[in-house]
Design a protein around this ligand. Structure first.
Ligand SMILES: Nc1ncnc2c1ncn2[C@@H]1O[C@H](COP(=O)(O)OP(=O)(O)O)[C@@H](O)[C@H]1O
Ligand SMILES: [Mg+2]
Length: 576
């Protein structure tokens, strides 16, 4: 148990170091300081009760006399008032310390988690395209949401745990100093009780964590699929199927989540009678030993006060350990992702700048003996393909569905790396360093166009701040894609919002916006992957005419299943 707790701490530490050493140590220092203030607060009541129980005692002890020597002479009652005021003041300072330390901890936890979220998104941005082909987007969103649960269930509790641990050890040390036997008894009784409870609960919490995670992903997967496929779901009458599945997953998640506080709070109801029992036994034992009550009282008050602080602390500590144990999985995964990015960014910086590599394209794009097989598959989709495309040539690629046309395009776009063989621009192979330079020359229209829930202008300019969009370029691109007239006919023109995934447009309109998007940046290479398949014959012909007008001005790679679409190309290649 201690081993896994230390592992947890070192994991968090590994994450927190890149975030900022200074900040981390600031927070830890605050936690320690808070412990100290609490200790002073608790022990400051000792003189007051000692005085109340036996006013003459202080004047009879040498330490007391030495201490009184610093104060102006005063009556016993006066002294009592001073001691009382002092203890109140100390408790007040301790409370302010608690508040300040809590503030620092919570601020730290949230800004730390904000940083992790940024790092995680950055780590996704650095992944190769293939990474996303193997993961359901619900899982990736889940990871991002996990950061929230990591903050609430791991990071904040961990801060609390440390605070409590510091406080508990200081209090325990004090009680030990005052009453060693009592302290030992308390450690055995309370510690033993909580240890047993934790050992019993721990395997259960691990299972809870796994279940929560699995069903959360299941819930979001079904919900997202239902929302994304809403049309098909309605028409096929499958609403119940998707909804019920999502609800089942959700019910399982919440059931598991509710178990965490139940387990965490359970021991609380037992610990109070146990601790009170301990206190009663102490009084009885001391009384049996014949100790005068005035001796017992101040010690007892400190112990009661220590217990008053200790018990909730112990209980909180326990509850949070349970929560952390149940949510440990979020940490494990975040660590994998974040440390991977640390590693990758180190690789990138050692290779020099990732984005600055130049890749001039003056003569040709050539594929030499390119073979590609999807990871985990046992068939080559592209086999020993050699092909040279001259600059400003237009080439058509035809072939039955599944023959590898899109895969070929993805290879040219550098989304996949060939399993063997090489792709060169002029004489330079495409590499991680120059890929962004190569891509910046390409206008690409994919088979399935993704439209943003934004204006037509934002969709054509894609990823450019709306204020800086060049409206001439916009119109030019729209004209080229044969959609300018349609856009102008809309009451809001280029500012028309298209809806999520462009639901307010027809399939053909969406494709033409996709074509306009590819033309917008005046690319040197235009890649169309069945970009005109959803258009009617006349519109397709019109779009293709515009594109063939570009023949000789740029390099064009067109995939189409209608051979007539490829008529005007300089050359056609058949796959499959
Ligand atoms: N991510 C993937 N993992 C494994 N196999 C894939 C993947 N994507 C496509 N394929 C397989 O590769 C083959 C070619 O697909 P694709 O290039 O999309 O064909 P086309 O565009 O010619 O219709 C198909 O047999 C398909 O099953
Ligand atoms: Mg395809």
């Amino acid at each position: 148990m201690i081993k896994s707790f230390i592992k947890l701490l070192s994991r968090c530490y590994a994450l927190a170091i890149p975030y900022g050493r200074l900040r981390l140590f600031g927070v830890l220092g605050m936690v320690f300081l808070n412990g100290l203030l609490q200790l002073i607060g608790v022990t400051s009541i000792f003189p007051f009760f000692a005085l109340a129980a036996d006013p003459e005692r202080i004047r009879n002890s040498s330490a007391g006399r030495w201490f009184l020597h610093f104060l102006p002479p005063m009556s016993t009652n006066h002294l009592l008032a001073v001691a009382g005021t002092f203890s109140i003041l100390m408790l007040l300072i301790a409370s302010v310390g608690s508040m300040a330390s809590e503030y620092v901890r919570i601020r730290y936890a949230y800004s730390f988690s904000q940083w992790i979220r940024g790092q995680l998104l950055r780590s996704y941005a650095m992944r190769p395209y293939g990474y996303f082909l193997h993961r359901n987007s619900a899982l990736l969103s889940q990871r991002i949401q996990d950061i929230h649960s990591f903050t609430i269930n791991v990071l904040l509790p961990l801060g609390e745990i440390l605070t409590r641990l510091v406080l508990i050890s200081m209090l325990a040390a004090t009680v030990f100093y005052v009453q060693p036997f009592v302290a030992m008894g308390a450690v055995v009784l309370l510690g033993g009780f909580y240890l047993m409870a934790f050992l019993w609960i721990r395997p259960r919490t691990r299972k809870i964590g796994e279940m929560i995670q699995r069903h959360n992903v299941g819930f979001w997967k079904n919900t997202n699929q239902f929302l994304h496929a809403i049309k098909t779901v309605f028409v096929h009458g499958k609403t119940r199927y998707f909804i019920e599945k999502a609800i089942q997953h959700s019910a399982e998640t919440t059931k598991q989540q509710s178990l965490i506080p139940i387990y965490a709070n359970g021991p609380r109801y037992l610990i109070e009678p146990i601790a009170y029992g301990g206190l009663v036994s102490i009084v009885v034992v001391l009384a049996l030993q014949g100790k005068p009550f005035s001796d017992i009282l101040p010690n007892l008050m400190v112990m009661a006060m220590a217990g008053y602080r200790l018990l909730p602390s112990l209980q909180l500590l326990f509850g949070q350990l349970v929560a952390v144990a149940a949510n440990n999985y979020t940490l494990v995964q975040l660590e994998e992702e974040i440390l991977a990015i640390e590693h990758e960014s180190a690789v990138v910086s050692s290779n020099g700048h990732l984005v600055s590599g130049k890749l001039p394209f003056l003569k040709s794009l050539s594929l030499e003996g390119v073979t590609y097989r999807y990871p985990g598959s046992d068939q080559d989709v592209i086999k020993e393909l050699s092909l040279s495309i001259e600059k400003n040539e237009s080439i058509g690629i035809a072939g039955p569905s599944g023959s590898g046309k899109s895969t070929l395009v993805d290879l040219i776009l550098g989304l996949h790396s060939p399993s063997s063989g090489i792709i060169k621009v002029d004489a330079e192979p495409i590499t991680q360093e120059n890929i962004s330079c190569w891509r910046s020359m390409i206008g690409y229209v994919p088979q399935d166009i993704y439209l943003l829930d934004d204006t037509i202008a934002a969709n054509i300019a894609f990823g450019i701040d709306p204020k800086t969009i060049d409206s001439n370029a916009l119109e030019e691109a729209a004209r080229g894609a044969h959609i300018l007239d349609f856009i102008r006919s809309l009451p809001e023109g280029f500012d028309t919002v298209v809806g999520e995934r462009g639901v307010r447009l027809s399939g053909g309109q969406r494709q033409r916006i996709g074509v306009a998007r590819a033309l917008f940046h005046s690319p040197e290479v235009l890649v169309l992957d069945e970009a005109t398949s959803a258009l009617d014959v006349d519109t397709e012909k019109a779009v293709m005419d515009t594109i063939t007008q570009l023949n000789g001005k740029l390099t064009i790679i067109i995939i189409a299943h209608r051979l007539s679409t490829l008529e005007k190309c300089d050359r056609t290649l058949r796959l499959g």
